[in-house]
Design a protein. Structure first.
Length: 126
């Protein structure tokens, strides 16, 4: 048997700068920082909330939760995270288990990088 290749999953995450600028403009630094901290917590909780319906095969519930995650990501400018959460929604709605597994793994990678980017940005005051 041949060598096994190890794939490196390096994907850039995109943040919607306009959405973030508007947030800081409309709410001021303290208000925007508070919204972003809440969003970081909410995204983390929503990601954790995908595990149970995935584990027991509740595709409709998984799809609903991924849709909610997408909405939160869109609100705070996490463009790539929102797009991949939408992909999870689609895979769950189609009951496509192999695609769902791959897309959930991708969502986890993108979420980690997106949250780190947002956290770094929030820590510097926008």
């Amino acid at each position: 048997m041949g060598d096994v290749a190890t794939l490196q999953h390096e994907e850039c995450v995109r943040l919607d700068a306009e959405a973030l600028v508007a947030l800081y403009r409309d709410l001021g630094p303290a208000g925007a920082d508070a919204v972003l901290v809440r969003a970081l917590r909410e995204v983390t909780l929503r990601l954790e909330g995908l595990a149970e319906p995935h584990r027991i095969g509740q595709w409709a519930e998984l799809s609903r939760r991924a849709r909610a995650l997408r909405a939160i990501a869109e609100q705070v400018g996490l463009t790539t995270l929102a797009r991949v959460a939408g992909d999870v929604t689609t895979c769950a709605a189609l009951c496509d288990a192999p695609a769902l597994e791959a897309t959930l793994a991708r969502l986890d990678r993108i979420a980690c990088r997106s949250l780190a980017e947002l956290w770094d940005m929030q820590g510097t005051g926008g």
